[in-house]
Design a protein around this ligand. Structure first.
Ligand SMILES: Nc1nc2c(c(=O)[nH]1)N[C@H]1C(S)=C(S)[C@@H](COP(=O)(O)O)O[C@H]1N2
Ligand SMILES: [Mo]
Length: 474
C-alpha cells in the first residue's frame, strides 16, 4: 500500500515536471506553448452547449481555468500511470506522442517541427528525470521546473502586450458630448483598451509582423489586391465611435466595449477590387483559421471598416493587430475577423467557425439592451441616483426608461449621443423607501423599437429581456 502511494506520487511529479520542462523549453525557443496547444484542442472541439455553459459560468476567466484543468488532467494521468511500477517507458511515450500530435495543430510546417521537437524532447526528458530521481530530489526539481514554466509564460505574455503605437486620433475624449462625466458609477464614455473585453478562439493572440503581413482581396473580383499595413494607413483613415458587443453578453454583463476606432471604409477597398457579383458574400479570414461570412447586401447596408486602430493607437495583439473587420451593429462573432489576412468575395458563404459549431448562420444584428451600473445593491433609502448605459447600434438609443417594483415606467435623462453606434449613458433619480426593490430598465431604439421584456439566453440570437436588479434600501 505504502509503496503504491509513493509510486503514485512519483507519477504526479513526473507528469508535472515533464509538462513544465516542455513549457520552459518552448518559451526559451519561442516555440508555441504545449500547454496552450492542448488547451486549444479543448477549445476547438468543445461542443456548442458546453462552450455556452463554460462562458456563462466563468465569464472572462475561461482561458486560465481551461489551462488549469489541462494541467490537472495531465498530472492525474501521470498519477495513474505512476501507480504501476515499470511503466516509465509508457509514461514517457504517452507524453511525447500527445505533445507531438497536438503541436501539429494550427501552425505552419516550420513552427510544427520546432514545437514538436520541444514538446517531445523536453516533455519526455522531464518525465524521465522525475521518474528516476531519488525521492528527496523530486520536490525541488519540480518546483524549479514550474518556476521556469511560469517565467516562460510571463515572458510570452509581455512580448504580446507590447504592440500598440500612437496612430492619428481626434481628442481622446470628445468635449462635444454633454453629461455623464461626473455621474456616479457610470462607465467611461470610451472604454480604455485594457478594460475592453477580449473574446476569441485562441489561447494566446497571434503575433503578426506588420512588415510581412498583407491583406489580400480575392475571389469574385475584377482586380485582386494585396495591401500592406502602410498601404492601408496611407489610404486615409476614418475615425468612428461604436460599441462592439459579444453575442454572449448577458443582461448586466460587460462583454461589450465602446471604442473610438480608426479604419478604412470597406466600401473604398471593395470599389478598388470591383466585385463581379452583387448578391454574394464577403468572407473575412484570419491567421488563426477563424472566418465569418457577411452577405454583400449587409455590407452595403452597414458600411463596415477594415480597422487598424483603437482609442488613438494601433490595435493591440489581443484586439486583432494589425487589422480587423468591424461592422457596427453586428455581434462580434458575425462582424468579421481580428488578425484578418484575406477578404474573399464568394457566391456562397463559408462554413464559418461558429456556424460549424452550431451557431445561427447570421449575420446577427445586435439587440438593443440597457444595463444598470449604479447604485450598489445595498444603498441608503431616500433619493437615489441610478446610472447606466444603453446601446442600439447602428441606429442609436432614443429613450431609456426605468421601473421600480411594479410602478409605471419613468424616463431617464440621456447624455448626448456620441454616435448612433456608440453606447449612450443615462441617469434617473429614484425615491426608494426602506426595503427591497426590484428595478428594471429598458431602452427604445431610434426606429421606435422598444426593448422586449421576455428574458432569453445568448443562444441562438443574442440575449434579450430587461436587466433587473434588486436594491435593498436602508
Ligand atoms: N480571428 C478571429 N476573429 C474574431 C474572433 C476569433 O475568435 N478569431 N472572435 C470574434 C468574437 S466572438 C468577438 S465577440 C470579437 C471580439 O473582439 P475583441 O476581443 O476585440 O473585443 O472578435 C471576433 N473576431
Ligand atoms: Mo463573441
Amino acid at each position: 500500500m505504502g509503496r503504491e502511494r509513493t509510486s503514485g506520487n512519483r507519477g504526479f511529479v513526473a507528469a508535472l515536471a515533464g509538462l513544465a520542462a516542455a513549457e520552459t523549453v518552448a518559451a526559451l525557443l519561442r516555440s508555441r506553448s504545449p500547454l496552450d496547444a492542448i488547451s486549444q484542442f479543448v477549445v476547438d472541439h468543445g461542443p456548442r452547449s458546453l462552450v455556452e455553459r463554460v462562458v456563462r459560468l466563468l465569464k472572462e476567466s475561461d482561458k486560465p481555468v481551461i489551462r488549469a484543468t489541462v494541467v490537472a488532467a495531465v498530472v492525474a494521468m501521470g498519477g495513474v500511470l505512476g501507480r504501476r511500477a515499470g511503466r516509465d517507458l509508457a509514461a514517457v511515450s504517452a507524453v511525447a506522442a500527445v505533445g507531438w500530435w497536438l503541436t501539429r495543430r494550427r501552425a505552419t510546417p516550420d513552427e510544427r517541427a520546432l514545437d514538436a521537437t520541444c514538446a517531445v524532447g523536453a516533455g519526455a526528458l522531464g518525465t524521465l528525470t522525475a521518474l528516476r530521481l531519488p525521492a528527496a530530489a523530486t520536490l525541488p526539481v519540480s518546483a524549479l521546473a514550474i518556476a521556469g514554466a511560469l517565467g516562460g509564460q510571463r515572458h510570452l505574455r509581455e512580448e504580446v502586450a507590447c504592440v500598440g503605437r500612437p496612430l492619428f486620433a481626434r481628442d481622446p475624449l470628445p468635449s462635444a458630448v454633454d453629461g455623464g462625466e461626473d455621474w456616479p458609477g457610470v462607465p467611461p464614455l470610451i472604454t480604455p483598451v485594457d478594460e475592453f473585453y477580449v473574446t476569441d478562439a485562441n489561447m494566446r493572440p497571434p503575433v503578426i509582423d506588420p512588415a510581412t503581413w498583407r491583406l489580400s482581396i480575392t475571389g469574385e473580383v475584377e482586380n485582386e489586391l494585396s495591401l500592406s499595413h502602410d498601404d492601408l494607413i496611407g489610404t486615409g483613415l476614418v475615425e468612428f465611435d461604436a460599441a462592439m458587443v459579444c453575442v454572449h453578453n448577458r443582461l448586466g454583463w460587460d462583454r461589450l466595449g465602446n471604442g473610438r476606432w480608426l479604419g478604412v471604409p470597406l466600401a473604398e477597398v471593395l470599389d478598388r477590387a470591383a466585385p463581379t457579383t452583387e448578391n454574394g458574400f464577403l468572407v473575412t479570414q484570419a491567421v488563426d483559421g477563424w472566418d465569418c461570412s457577411v452577405p454583400l447586401s449587409e455590407v452595403r447596408r452597414l458600411g463596415g471598416y477594415v480597422v487598424l486602430g483603437l482609442n488613438g493607437r494601433t490595435l493591440t495583439a489581443e484586439h486583432g493587430f494589425p487589422a480587423r473587420v468591424f461592422f457596427p451593429g453586428l455581434y462580434g462573432q458575425y462582424t468579421g475577423a481580428k488578425w484578418v489576412t484575406c477578404l474573399r468575395i464568394q457566391t456562397e458563404p463559408n462554413p464559418d467557425y461558429w456556424h460549424a459549431r452550431g451557431w445561427t448562420r447570421g449575420p446577427l444584428r445586435v439587440r438593443p439592451l440597457t444595463r444598470i451600473d449604479h447604485p450598489p445593491r445595498r444603498t441608503r433609502a431616500g433619493s437615489v441616483q441610478m446610472t447606466g448605459v444603453a446601446w442600439a447600434p447602428p441606429e442609436g438609443v432614443s429613450a431609456v426608461e426605468v421601473a421600480v417594483d411594479d410602478q409605471d415606467w419613468q424616463h431617464a435623462e440621456l447624455a448626448d449621443e456620441l454616435a448612433p453606434s456608440a453606447w449612450r449613458r443615462w441617469r434617473v433619480q429614484l425615491d426608494l423607501s426602506p426595503g427591497a426593490h426590484r428595478v428594471r430598465a429598458r431602452c427604445t431604439s431610434a426606429s421606435g423599437h422598444v426593448q422586449e421584456a421576455a428574458p432569453s439566453p445568448p443562444f441562438p440570437v443574442g440575449a434579450g429581456g430587461h436587466h433587473t436588479v434588486t436594491i435593498t434600501a436602508r
